[in-house]
Ligand binder design. Structure first.
Ligand code: URA
Length: 243
């Protein structure tokens, strides 16, 4: 978006406070545009072109933020909750002003990759049931997972409500009393992975999302840690490329 906007709106959008706060800053001469103090809060500026400084600090203007969180156990994937802490509570103040939201949901006890953004169009594309974006989970299962399960998952599993899932890919890492697997699904039904294993007579003990489309969880992020996505990663999400 390369159009001119009011200076007070630009600064307010990127978290310098309300339009009223920002107006005060501007009036007191704290803001420079292309090296010149601007005291007119309604001055029209192209934020992508102009060099804007607030109290001597150059600002980097952007409309959207894209974060990758390694969601920890115990947090809710929503923007607000009256009882529990949400994933948004983990974020630094500088991101909160962008009104970010989690792109999709993980259960409270599920860990792993959660994209947090304020880009509604991207979220819509990733979450639309029609797009069939792959989601890969590392799963610890109570019970022996074997080739029969691979076939069942590939066929599609009938869940407790009668819904038959789309074909899913199961890779067995360890087949034992407690098995370890990767499961890739193309949908996002409520508790889907847990219900798929339940339908095979087994219980999920631990669940962690490790990829969404081509975006992989950065394994240097500990649970609760997050970072901004780089350009390439944002592009991977935009393209919705599935392997
Ligand atoms: N499937 C589940 O059962 N839970 C999640 O959080 C994600 C997928």
């Amino acid at each position: 978006m390369e159009k001119k906007e009011r200076l007070d709106k630009i600064l307010s959008n990127i978290g310098y406070g309300s339009r009223k706060d920002v107006k005060k800053y501007i009036k007191q001469g704290s803001v420079k545009v292309n090296g010149k103090i601007i005291k007119d809060n309604s001055a029209k500026i192209n934020p992508y072109d102009a060099e804007i400084e607030v109290d001597g600090n150059m600002i980097e203007y952007r409309e959207f933020i894209y974060l990758m969180l390694n969601k920890p156990d115990g947090l809710i994937s929503s923007t607000e909750d009256s009882i529990h802490r949400t994933v948004i509570d983990l974020l630094d103040e500088k991101y909160i002003s962008f009104n970010p939201f989690p792109v999709g949901r993980l259960d409270k006890d599920t860990e792993g990759l959660l994209v947090i953004s304020n880009d509604g169009k991207l979220a819509h594309n990733l979450l639309s049931p029609k797009k069939h974006v792959d989601k890969t989970y590392y799963v610890k299962v109570d019970g022996i997972v074997n080739d029969e399960d691979i076939c069942m998952m590939k066929e599609g599993i009938v869940l407790d409500d009668g819904y038959k899932t789309l074909p899913a890919k199961l890779e067995i890492l360890k087949s034992d009393n407690i098995s370890e697997v990767y499961l890739t699904i193309k949908e996002g039904k409520f508790h889907q992975v847990k219900r798929m294993f339940k339908a095979t007579g087994k219980e999920v003990m631990y669940l962690k999302r490790i990829a969404m489309g081509k975006l992989k969880l950065d394994d240097s992020l500990l649970p609760g840690q997050y970072r901004e996505l780089n350009e390439l990663e944002i592009e991977l999400l935009r393209e919705k490329i599935n392997n």
